[in-house]
Design a protein around this ligand. Sequence first.
Ligand code: ATR
Length: 273
Amino acid sequence: MGKTFAVIGDPIDHSLSPNIHSAAFRELNLDCSYIAYRIPKDELGDGVEGLKKIKIDGFNVTIPHKVEMMKYLDKIDESCSLIGAVNTVVNNDGVLKGYNTDMDGFLEPLKKRNIDISNSNVLLLGAGGAARAIIAGFAKEKAKSITIANRTIEKADNLVEFAKKISLDANAITIDEIGESAKNYNIIVNATSIGLQKEPSPISLEGIDEKTVVYDIVYMPMNTDFLKKAKEKNAIIIFGYEMLLGQAARAFEIWHGMEAPYNAMKKALLGGF
Ligand code: ATR
């Protein structure tokens, strides 16, 4: 019998995950389907019950349920407990196991480019849920240090505590305090939502060069002003869609136990822009 998968969240109509996973099923001739299922913020418990009733084989979890979903899991993978949030669930006869593929999805484009994370000083913009998975990734790859810059300093302070707990040297500043210091970092990541509404780059990239890695996790629009400014400086740029694909490929591999057809998934995703 065919297998069924879903992505849950709210809003969910613009999710690109159904396209990406359906393309993978087509490429490999898998008898599977993948649907987007809207579950409002305070209805997660009932929503998960519903998914179990229809014997869903697995599902992705997105905003606003990534943290809340932790309490409905029966088993928790290490990636998931480290980050404290879940984005991928396997349903094995009603037993739900959670994973977090955002961390590996984030790291994948850096590894593909052979970027030496272990000698890097990182500037991270943002201190929300995505920033947490990114910090765990830099800790795993033993980055030299991370500066966490956020509009609300208290949230950056909290993530500095988290980083230090997992042995990553960290400090917090406000985004305004960055000033002209971007050039002091090897890797600069935007993990705020700035750019989604076509806003200008939140920081100056004056002084960065062709060795600086500039990574935006905003994937819509693909060419944010932040990345455009980085391109003008000939920096190494990484697009938000690459992280999106990376986490989807990892989820695919967890569910299907085989290598994800990355190029077919990429083609489907880029066709959606
Ligand atoms: P996600 O799960 O995608 O990380 P989130 O947890 O809501 O989403 O985090 C959004 C991040 O974008 C936060 O760091 C937020 O800054 P605050 O903590 O100060 O709210 C940041 N952000 C969103 N809009 C912003 C803006 N206009 N200026 C600066 N930072 C912004």
